[in-house]
Ligand binder design. Sequence first.
Ligand code: S3P
Length: 444
Amino acid sequence: MNHAALTPLSARRGGPLKGRIRVPGDKSISHRALILAAMTVGESTVAGLLEGEDVLNTARAMRALGARLDRGEDGIWRIHGVGVGGFAEPSGPLDFGNSGTGCRLAIGAVAGSPISATFDGDASLRKRPMRRVLDPLEKMGARVLSAAEGGRLPLTLQGAAAPIPIEYESPVPSAQLKSAVLLAGLAAPGETTVIEAEATRDHTERLLKHFGAKLVSKPHGEHGRRITLTGQPELEPSSVVVPADPSSAAFPLVGALIVPGSELIFNAVMTNPLRTGLFATLREMGAKIEELEKRDDGGEEVADLRVTFCPLKGVEVPPERAPSMIDEYLILAVAAAFAEGTTRMRGLKELRVKESDRLAATADMLRVNGVAVEIEGDDLIVHGKGSVAGGGEVKTHMDHRIAMSALVMGLASDNPVRIDDSAFIATSFPGFVELMRGLGADLA
Ligand code: S3P
């Protein structure tokens, strides 16, 4: 996203949050649905796609690689893909804006086509590590023709004409890395295996099966998985229904927990257990999050959720929970600040390489608003006092989740909380400000 002027915004304490809402479609599934449909011959459809900047950049990239993507007036996307290994060489750089997911998954998908493509992004994405995906993809036969220091963006990749299947033990718990290898493995003959010591979100695996690929996922060690994909499948055009994003629901949900008198109902939020670590943690803190109607929607579990205001207490969050709530620590830290007692969140190393250094940024966000917080190694410790002074200005560092977390904090703080820039919220949660205002939030 290019914008010259910052668009600050403030949140102040007001009445309770009340209403019934559906938050936008899941970001992870939206990227994957577009990419897999673009790798399938024939027409696939995607309903409920998240139309945030990040996903729209992935759509543009898939078009530049030769797929046809049209959004109907009914809001359904129709995609005519080019087949596994069938991407055309793009005429210019592929710009992924702020999105690590779009970029890393597309790098994996391109690695299995005999074309070269240049990948780029905004100042935040240019700082993020790409070596982690390039290492296994080079083993599969892709070549990095050029890259910025440390393998960062902008980088040009030459995909493999004859990709080699590999067995890869992932050194970091990253669903993006796992997905990049599996997407490249689609074009390789034989079996491509990814072993992860800690299970990360499995939407790529679910969608690969949905599109007709043969994939087997087995437990590995105490918390891990061993995932084997049989390459060169005939992917079948499919229809995907994208459920509501639990990572987006997290913001109004924590708002309801900390603003007295609130009650919110969320329609059809995805409750895939590899994504709902935040809900488990909040329940341990004393939150009442009721699942009203559980059902299966397009291969994912969903449920309506009812959340009401309630006092919270500090807890210890174990490191093995991190993959299932990796994007939620910022908003959990806000909940922890309003809780009574200390919350210790352990094993947050990966937070340092997100859209910003979220470990440092979370501590700063809380500190400027009068909350006692410490970083010890990779742990974040928040000393909750049941209330937050507020009154601070939060630097958002081109990070949508810092922006939304700080605004939610301001809804219950003694003094307003201001953010320096609200523009990046549109990367993942278009309409956030209007939706929150509709629930009664004072954002101006
Ligand atoms: C995502 C994986 C996570 C997460 C990101 C979305 C995905 O990143 O933080 O927002 O869709 O695969 P990592 O793979 O870097 O952990």
